[in-house]
Design a protein. Sequence first.
Length: 200
Amino acid sequence: MSRIAKVQLVKYSHLAHERGLTAAFGGNLSVKNENLIFIKATGAVMDDLLEGGVAVIDMDGRQLSGVRPSSEYRLHLAIYKRRPDVGAIAHLHPSYSIVAATLLEERGSLPIVTPEAELYLREIPIAPFRPAGSEELAEVTADVLGGYDAVLMARHGIVTVGRSLREAFYKAELVEESAKLWYMMRSGNAGNERKNQMLT
């Protein structure tokens, strides 16, 4: 199973970068197998991640591999402990989602635009800002994800969960699509308001 988990992490890490869901050193994916967590190593880049760049830790956060886990390992551990039904986590930094989380932080959630998003996500709440890699970020995000499968993190990115990494990844795509559609609709409405003002 350890080889399968690493192969999955490499595949979906490359796909996340290819589809614009993260850039540079940002983002990390993880897979849980019994008491082991497979996660991108610190300093690794998702675009060219290899199996050697996958770290292994246990549910207490102890490093079991030759490479150190991402600084966001606390976030992944907190979610796995809070949600025993979750088998994989995607934490990514897609552009529209970050913009939406910043603009909608006070509202507390991203409006659902499509029937697909409503079916698979129900709601996309926004977790308040906490410093990246901190225990505070891990706890507040895990709290919000207690009843949902996706969350926007204010000024940071998104987290989605699933029984498999495939499921978590495609939920992340769905969140970014929702954020992009919302932003396009918002921009269109703003344009219409300006036109109406010019005509009056």
